[in-house]
Structures are given as structure tokens and as C-alpha cells.
Write a protein that binds this ligand. Structure first.
Ligand SMILES: *Cc1c(COP(=O)(O)O)cnc(C)c1O
Length: 452
């Protein structure tokens, strides 16, 4: 069976990002100051982000130009290929057509360089010398380390301690790009020391690592903070994926009935889906959109849509989002990039408006899907991306049951070459499913701020 691949010419790469804020039927709830609970002013964000990114964060312009220098770097791997998964379709014996966009072709191996390069560019423009960030599995840390190397910025990464020890090769990749990596919680920050004093054995969480990075960034004039998901400007930068996919689906003479993507903070989901959701919101073309999250970290399906803290030490802004509570401690599932307690405000808002759907899938089903994908399409997905693969397979099997030849498009957010231990554990039968119980959800939600 021959491979069916849709490749755009370099000159057909998008030259602007798409901002869904322009098409939302009701505006997003404003972010609040973590100390006062009052609406956040631009001046509150200036110590941690460059002005250009703060302006993008609050912009309601439908399109924002991609700077030429950023486009030049994107061209190293963009436009990324779109494939028709013909062998997977055959294996599933489904009448559905399955397409996938492969974001694993970037130098760091995921969609994250789409925003890392843009963020490094704007920081460099404003004279910043040093970027501080957190990373879970290491995908974001290695993407920012890559971007920092290109722009001559120093990069410091607080890596969730459990991943620091579990994923030495991701850590090594960050160091190859020139970044320095510290296990979080660390003794370098006030909040890290406080957590270690209370819980000496803490294995860390994204919420804690964010607190450490924000604390460091706020201290030095030449240092800013960078976040790899959740924020509006991150969703914006990722929309190159969906814009390209739209042109590629047109090449294929097709249009998706359903779009599937995995969700951690929501950025690869936003990337592939927002341009299509924009067309839907403007009444041009309908589409179903499905977010797939891990059953062990079910912020969209079990969390509350409420104002919550973005980090454990309450240094980051309070935003209205689907959340499991900032004290949420995720179980050790291998999809480290999907273990954040909250969800991007834009994605949360769209779910609340009924414009998208969400479902949670257990770890073992996602790895079974990843193996089936690797054995038919040849590409090994990241454990995070396996959630999208599993969601797409469920949709294809539904089509088979209903006898419908729908068109499914999913985002393959990254490759899994640094996640072989997870695949070895799965094949050895030692991986487990984790359910996040309703009692645990209720407990973590008891700590929501009383604002809004
Ligand atoms: C970080 C990551 C995710 C999850 O983050 P989102 O912001 O929800 O996209 C998904 N897939 C891969 C490969 C990642 O690195």
C-alpha cells in the first residue's frame, strides 16, 4: 500500500498566526493578580514576560504577523507533512478516512518549538539575556533550549524531579543545546526550599517547577519567564499547524468531520483545531472537535471551570480554567506533558461554550493505540500523542459500527524516541491504569481561591 503524503511548498507556509479571541462569541474572563485577586494590569506581567508577548496575550486581532526571522527558522521543518493513515485504516477495517499532521519532525521532536522560537525571538528583541522555565517530561525544556541556542539566550530549566531521574536523555538533550537543568523542587528558590522543608521526599510537579521559575525570573532585570502551554500567546503561535492542515486537507480534496488532539495545557490541540473552530464560529463550516486527556489527570472531564492559581506557590496569575486544583499531585503516568492541574483558558472557555468535546482515556489503551500506530504507520508517537491516536482510533471504530465514512484528522504532537522506557514498561506488562477519584478531585478543589 503506497504512502499518501501531502506536502506544502515552503512559500505556502502561513505568514501570520490566527487569534481565536477575535471570533469568540463571549470574551475570556480576565486574569487576576494572585496576591490581590484584582484584574491583572499589563504592568503586573512586565517583570516576567516581554511586552510583545503580553500584547499578544490580550490581543483580539484576528491575525498577527509572524516575524520574518521566526518564519526563517520555522522553514527548517515547516510546513510539516500531513499523512493519510491508510495502513491504520486497513488494520482497523474502518470506512473512515484518517489523516494526521506530524509535528514530530521538528528538531526537538514535538510541536513545542513553534512557540519556543517565537518566544525566544521576542525576548531577544527586548534585550533579555536569560530565560527561565519549567519542564515536565522535558519536551518543553528541550524546545526552549533549542530556541535559546539559536538566539544566543541563556536558558535555565527547572525539571520536575521524578522526570529528572526518569528521563536522563531529555535532560542531556537540553544540556547539549546549552541549557542548565535543575531538579525541582530545588534549594535555589524560596518556594523550593519551603516545599522541601515540608516534604523532603517531594518528587515535584509542574505547579512547583513553575513557581520556582517565576520566582527566579521576577528577581532579575535581564531574566524573563517562558511557558510552553496554557497561555493565549502560546495557543496563538501553535496555529501554524492548523492553518497548514487546512491547506493540506484542501490538497486532499477533503475536510475533517472530526478533529482529535491530546490536551495537557491545550497548545497542540489549539494549534491544529483553532483555525477550524474559527471557521465554525464564523458560521463557514462545521466540525466536531475532540480533546483527549489522561484519565489520571482529567482537568476537562472532571475538573471545575473556575478561577484558580497557575502554580503551587501562587506566584503566577489566577485564571479561569478547567482545573483539578493547584495542590493536585498527578500519579506517575508516562505522559509527563499531560500532567498539569489546569487547562488553557481559551480551551476551557470553548468547552464551557459547548464548541468542543472532551474525553479521558486510560494509559494502557493509549499505549495499545501507540503500538498499533507504530506497527502500521511506522512512526513511534510520544506517550502524550498516544492519547490522540487512541481518540482517533475510537472515532474510526465508531464510524465502522455506524457504517459512516467520516474524515478524521488528528495531531501527532511528537515522537517518542526519548520515551523508550515507557514502551519497554508497557511491553513488559508493568504499566498500570490510574483513575483519579472523585474524592481526590474534591480535596484538591477545596483550595480554589475565593475570587471572581
Ligand atoms: C507538551 C506536550 C503535549 C502537551 O501539551 P499541550 O500544550 O497540551 O500540547 C503533548 N504532546 C507532546 C509531544 C508534548 O511535548
Amino acid at each position: 500500500m503506497s504512502t499518501v503524503k501531502y506536502v506544502l511548498a515552503e512559500q505556502d507556509m502561513p505568514t501570520s498566526w490566527y487569534n481565536i479571541a477575535a471570533d469568540l462569541p463571549t470574551p475570556l474572563a480576565p486574569p487576576l493578580h494572585p496576591g490581590t485577586g484584582l484584574p491583572l494590569g499589563l504592568a503586573d506581567l512586565a517583570p516576567i514576560f516581554p511586552i510583545a508577548l503580553i500584547m499578544q496575550e490580550v490581543s483580539t486581532n484576528r491575525t498577527i504577523d509572524i516575524p520574518e526571522e521566526v518564519q526563517q527558522i520555522y522553514r527548517q521543518w515547516r510546513p510539516s507533512p500531513l499523512y493519510r493513515a491508510r495502513r491504520l485504516e486497513a488494520a482497523l477495517d474502518t470506512p473512515a478516512k484518517i489523516y494526521y499532521k506530524n509535528e514530530g519532525v521538528s528538531p526537538a521532536g514535538s510541536h513545542k518549538p513553534n512557540t519556543a522560537v517565537a518566544q525566544a525571538y521576542y525576548n531577544k528583541q527586548e534585550g533579555v539575556k536569560r530565560l527561565v522555565t519549567e519542564t515536565g517530561a522535558g519536551q518543553w525544556g528541550s524546545s526552549l533550549a533549542f530556541a535559546g541556542a539559536l538566539f544566543g539566550l541563556e536558558v535555565k530549566v527547572y525539571m520536575v524531579k521524578v522526570s529528572y531521574h526518569q528521563k536522563p536523555y531529555r535532560r542531556a538533550l537540553m544540556e547539549v543545546y546549552g541549557a542548565s537543568v535543575v531538579a525541582s523542587p530545588s534549594t535555589e528558590t524560596v518556594c523550593g526550599r519551603a516545599i522541601l522543608a515540608a516534604h523532603p521526599d517531594s518528587t515535584g510537579s509542574l505547579g512547583i517547577a513553575i513557581s520556582e521559575a517565576v520566582e527566579m525570573a521576577a528577581q532579575r532585570e535581564d531574566t524573563k519567564y517562558a511557558l510552553g502551554s496554557v497561555l493565549n500567546h502560546v495557543m496563538l503561535h501553535q496555529t501554524v499547524i492548523g492553518q497548514e492542515a487546512m491547506a493540506q486537507m484542501e490538497m486532499a480534496g477533503d475536510y475533517p468531520d472530526v478533529i482529535v488532539a491530546c490536551t495537557g495545557g491545550g497548545s497542540n490541540f489549539a494549534g491544529i483545531a483553532f483555525p477550524f473552530i474559527g471557521a465554525k464560529l464564523r458560521g463557514e463550516r462545521n466540525v466536531r472537535v475532540l480533546a483527549v486527556e489522561p484519565a489520571a489527570c482529567p482537568s476537562l472531564t472532571k475538573g471545575k471551570f473556575a478561577y484558580d492559581f497557575g502554580d503551587t506557590a501562587h506566584l503566577a496569575p489566577i485564571t479561569k480554567m478547567h482545573t483539578l486544583g493547584s495542590s493536585f499531585m498527578p500519579s506517575g503516568i508516562h505522559a509527563g506533558g499531560l500532567r498539569y492541574h489546569g487547562m488553557g483558558p481559551m480551551v476551557s472557555h470553548l468547552l464551557d461554550l459547548g464548541k468542543i468535546e472532551a474525553t479521558a482515556i486510560q494509559q494502557l489503551e493509549t499505549f495499545a493505540a501507540g503500538l498499533q500506530f507504530a506497527r502500521t504507520e511506522g512512526i513511534l508517537p510520544a506517550p502524550e500523542s498516544n492519547h490522540a491516536v487512541a481518540g482517533a482510533i475510537r472515532e474510526a471504530l465508531r464510524c465502522k459500527e455506524e457504517g459512516k465514512s467520516e474524515t478524521i484528522l488528528f495531531n501527532l504532537s511528537g515522537h517518542g524516541h526519548f520515551d523508550m522506557q515507557a514502551y519497554m514498561d508497557y511491553q513488559a506488562g508493568v504499566l498500570k491504569d490510574f483513575e483519579y477519584s472523585d474524592e481526590e478531585v474534591a480535596m484538591a478543589l477545596a483550595g480554589l481561591p475565593s475570587v471572581g
